[in-house]
Design a binder for this molecule. Structure first.
Ligand code: ADP
Ligand code: MG
Length: 389
């Protein structure tokens, strides 16, 4: 099938209209961690030469199973490669007024936050060997502002960000941690898509400012999880960047592109043994949220009449991103070692199903009242013309 692949079935492939596009799915493997090293770091996977397939070896699944994605990144992959392929093409799309989503799925410790934010949740700067370890969020912020500054002089931009966390089916505002309402509502607003009601929206005018806001959100996430004794690997974080633009010298009033950057809760099965009742209660809720995600994907792929978006807060937030008005890129993160092979198999299966989701992205735009009146007048004129002849 598709090799490495550009092609029609990918977000960022350009083109407007109502063409449907598949969710782009990339798979990233991380290097062995200490636990795996201690177990001898025995490998469970091998990689295809096409950079798009991975085989999980016998003994884990019943037989060798090969999975193909838009791209497979091996352990040695660098942050910039992953970014360039999975995220960068969406910069232009967001600025063109499309909704876009990038989300990371995988077991705890597989590299979701490393991929989305970078080491320690977004610490800036180069790593030991001078390598730039920043993840998707800081890179895309920079690219959005760079691309904007190269736009026509008559285009005005406005960028705002929100940052929420979904934990135990409650949506908490990470940019307003002291808020009385710790359970925001999701609403589907006509013409605006999915909106998290009451979430703080912070206007930013540079990548640096944007990253400060992201860092603030990450900090309040960490503080809350410590204070409330919650396991942060059990929560989903949703970072939203809204880019609005206006042409001062033209007919277009505004275009709005929304970018969702989602770091999902760990996908691992929660171990049944040793769970106190509180922990178990929590585990059930998480399972509900992630299994709701699985059910939505299943319904979409099977073409079911009813897609159960309303079954969880997570799927309500991602309603546009999955099967709706969005160009969506999914990054699944995995371990390639035997110690975690069962979880890797389940992640690869999730990614395989998600590949088949078709979205229908459209540009979000509005015209000015003056232009709208002019348009009506023009069409009335042409109608009169038609009557005349
Ligand atoms: P998750 O968010 O999925 O729970 P993390 O992103 O926190 O996992 O990763 C767990 C650990 O593994 C972190 O110490 C992280 O820096 C490291 N890690 C993850 N992916 C990579 C990678 N591709 N290269 C190097 N280190 C990684
Ligand atoms: Mg994480």
């Amino acid at each position: 099938r598709r090799r490495g692949s550009e092609g029609a079935a990918s977000p960022g492939g350009g083109g407007g209209g109502n063409a449907s596009t598949n969710v782009r799915v990339c798979c990233r493997f991380r290097p062995a961690n200490k636990v795996e090293e201690a177990q001898g770091a025995e490998r469970a996977v091998s990689f295809g030469e096409d950079a798009a397939s991975v085989t999980l070896h016998e003994g884990i699944a019943k037989e060798d199973a090969t999975f193909t994605f838009d791209r497979v990144f091996q352990e040695s992959s660098q942050q910039d490669e992953v970014y360039d392929y999975c995220a960068k093409p969406l910069v232009k799309d967001v600025l063109d007024g499309y909704n876009c989503t990038i989300f990371a799925y995988g077991q705890t410790g597989s590299g979701k936050t490393h991929t989305m934010m970078g080491p320690s949740g977004g610490k800036m700067g180069p790593g030991n060997d001078g390598e730039d370890l920043r993840g998707v969020v800081p890179r895309i912020a920079e690219d959005i502002f760079d691309t904007m500054s190269g736009a026509d002089a008559d285009t005005e931009f406005m960028i705002k960000v929100s940052f929420v966390e979904i934990y135990m089916e409650r949506i908490r505002d990470l940019l307003n941690p002291g808020a009385r309402n710790q359970n925001l509502r999701v609403r589907d607003v006509r013409g605006r898509g999915v909106v998290i009601e009451g979430a703080e929206e912070v206007y930013v005018s540079s990548a640096k400012e944007l990253l400060k806001v992201a860092a603030k959100g990450n900090a309040s996430r960490a503080i809350a999880s410590t204070r409330m004794n919650q396991d942060s690997s059990r929560s989903h974080s949703v970072f939203m960047i809204t880019v609005s633009q206006r042409k001062t010298q033209s007919t277009l009033l505004s275009r709005t592109g929304k970018l969702f950057l989602v770091d999902l809760a760990g996908s691992e099965m929660v171990k049944k043994t040793g769970a106190t009742s509180g922990v178990l209660e929590e585990a059930k809720t998480i399972n509900r949220s992630l299994s709701a995600l699985g059910n939505v994907i299943k319904a979409l792929v099977e073409g079911a009449k009813h897609v159960p978006y309303r079954d969880s807060k997570l799927t309500r937030c991602l309603q546009d991103s999955l099967g709706g008005n969005s160009k969506t890129s999914l990054i699944i993160t995995c371990s390639g070692f035997k110690y975690n092979a069962v979880e890797t198999l389940s992640t690869l299966r999730f990614g395989t199903r998600a590949k088949r989701i078709k979205n229908k992205p459209t540009v979000n735009q509005e015209f000015s009242v003056a232009e709208y009146k002019a348009m009506v007048a023009r069409s009335r004129d042409s109608l009169l013309m038609m009557v005349k002849y």
